[in-house]
Design a protein around this ligand. Structure first.
Ligand code: GLN
Length: 253
């Protein structure tokens, strides 16, 4: 006597098959398959929701700050921003400004940066952005933000009420590291100057936070900040933290 052998049938997916199970299908196996898929889908949805929530929480705590990454030491600014509690993002195109809580314009060679901005039709978008969001320009970045540039005159974004003279310190002292008291709490601040510009005049709305030989070197006008030195090259993160705090304050308005 031979035992009736069960012939395995190919399983149909009842979720996909509008006619449902057919006679001869192993109904329990089908239910098992259906449950497995259902549980998997729930698990995927739960994971996606968890990641989305984590992302939103992270963003709420750490503002997203762009770093104009055309030329100069933008990588050090990104690292400094991370240390100061922000999420940095390199920016090379106008469309990358969307969604940023603030922006840093790093040092470098302002003429080179300007040429890039013009060539890629980026100048106007950047000017519009800098007129309504927190921005921080360091060295060449400060030159770009100024209302007027001298030695020689060149185009600028005009969002900081200041006149800036390029390469204003003599050859011997054009690059130097100074440590001085500033308006920032926590004692003297190290300031790295590299072929630095000099802020030769400022408007009444501009606050001076640090000086060198009687000229402002760290200034603030509302949510626009500028330094003629390179805070990203020192280990002290007070200057970047000041900017991150301004960005955070602007976000919660
Ligand atoms: N000398 C440069 C300029 O005029 C600025 C130097 C710097 O960013 N370190 O653009």
């Amino acid at each position: 006597m031979t035992k009736t052998e069960k012939i395995p049938q190919p399983l149909k997916d009842p979720l996909l098959d509008p006619d449902g199970p057919e006679l001869g299908d192993d109904f329990l196996a089908l239910c098992g398959e259906r449950n497995r898929r259902f549980v998997e889908r729930l698990r995927d949805e739960e994971e996606a929701a968890r990641q989305d929530k984590a992302g939103r929480l992270h963003r709420a705590e750490h503002p997203l700050i762009g770093v104009l990454a055309i030329q100069g030491n933008y990588a050090s600014h990104s690292a400094a921003l991370t240390e100061a509690g922000a999420e940095p993002l390199e920016v090379r195109k106008p469309e990358e400004l969307a969604g940023l809580d603030g922006l840093i314009l790093p040092g470098g060679e302002s003429t080179t940066i300007l040429r890039f901005l013009d060539k890629h039709h980026f100048f106007e978008a950047l000017q519009e952005y800098c007129g309504r969001k927190p921005v921080f320009g360091t060295c060449a970045g400060a030159i770009l933000l100024a209302r007027e540039v001298l030695n020689p005159a060149q185009r600028s974004l005009g969002v900081l009420d200041a006149v800036v003279e390029r390469n204003a310190y003599g050859r011997q002292i054009d690059s130097t590291i100074l440590t001085a008291e500033t308006a920032l709490e926590g004692g003297p601040l190290e300031m790295v100057f590299i072929r630095a510009p000099r802020i030769v005049s400022i408007g009444p709305g501009v606050e001076v936070l640090a000086e060198r030989d009687g000229s402002p070197v760290l200034v603030r006008q509302g949510v626009v900040m500028a330094a003629t030195f390179h805070p990203e090259l020192s280990a002290d993160r007070r200057v970047h933290r000041l900017f991150v705090e301004a960005v955070q304050a602007a976000r919660s308005k």
